[in-house]
Design a binder for this molecule. Sequence first.
Ligand code: FHN
Length: 480
Amino acid sequence: MKKIVFLIILVLNIVFAQSFAQTKRSSIPLQHGAHRLGKRTDAEMQKWREHGLGQFIHWGVYAIAGGHWQGKYYPGAAEWIRSWEEMPKDAYDNLYKEFNPTDFDAKQWAKQAKYMGAKYMIITTKHHDGFCIWPSKYTDYTIKNTPYKKDLLREIVDAYDKEGIDVYLYFSIIDWHEKGYRSAIPETAEEKVAYEEFKQFTRNQLIELLTDYPTAKGLWFDGTWDKAWIEQVQFADDLEKEMRAMRPGLIIGSRFRADENGKRHFDSNGDLMGDYEQGWERDLPNSIADVNGNDWDCVMTIPENQWGYHSEWRGYVKTSFDLIDMLVRSVSMDGNFVLNFGPDGKGNIRPEETKLAKEIGDWMKINSEAIYGCSYVNLKKQGWGYFTRKDNKIYLTVFNRPINNMLNLEIAKGGVKPVKAYFLSDKKGVDIVNAGRNKQNSSLYNLVIPADFISGQPFVIVLEISQSDDDKDTYQQAIT
Ligand code: FHN
């Protein structure tokens, strides 16, 4: 009887706690806030979630300038060169007349991405400069009017589709080329009309992209921080609904629109707007608590902050170890890691990027089981690396091999039970030493790396687990 009363109280507590959380998160009535609480559970989103690794490509006419103008070095991000005071706007706006990427080979790009292990890619259809790599019928500022003429986006979509890599379309709402575009709220009646036309133009282009490239799986928005756009609450919400109705399963991140109080990414109740959090740019969460139970992606540059092609990378350039570390770290916190590439004006992927793609790919060939379809593991973080998990396997990716060759593992009471451990690379067994319990009654284990094991790479140990059967205390903890 006591047990039943206890169970009823427990259930009531859980129900109360959940409804409290719900009430709290939705306490401000919103018309244009999040339209869904919690993660999407459909197959398209599940697939996105399992990708782990993606490729970003920034490509447009800025690649011709390559971060220089008339011998001068532009210290900003190459794709922003038009905004540089040393860059004459007219000259930039006419660069497209020289855009003729004769070395471009979409199949080669896709093959390289496939080798690297990317399961999806994001391509800049139009960056802030407004140049469209597809022949949009709503502007003349497109690939069609360059010497190249052919539809670059089509070539990319087809090539990546063929390799089984899902394509996502990057689209900048900021458009420096379109005459009605304004960053701040238009003041005059004339400007207001122009901005209304710009909104219509934006809608037309998005509908055009979704219609003409039906295999693309989603849209990756950018340049949505302008005050003028933030204020288009009803318009943006309606447009998002229209796009979703047009393409069920479409995936859109949290950067598209603001709520009625101007909140972006998260609405005024703190709920995520969009299907995944898109705010992790060149940055990673510190812990799982930072991601609030949401899906997320991290987009990362190889140098400090260069997306488009800059012929002269200055400062620290990440190594494949840095990038693999970020990849595993992302997956260990339920995120996807998306690595950026900036091809040059002729369509070549630069040798530094090619080298990194190869090194990451070599690593993935052996270790991708610890990435694809894997997620967060509720185990205390250890200094040697990261945990990821799929079904009954926990993957320990080791970046910092301890001097004593012992990989510590701490499993809270009632948690999983280690069954066996082995190297992912050759399936050779790894000893699991039971190291007793700590004061919190967690079970401690050491996985012993054989002293003669040599690896010049981060390596993965697989730990097979079963549900715990260790509820009984074996050792009386001291009372202090
Ligand atoms: O301004 C852009 C930048 O050029 C680049 O495209 C990145 C990629 O996420 N997004 C913007 C800055 O957030």
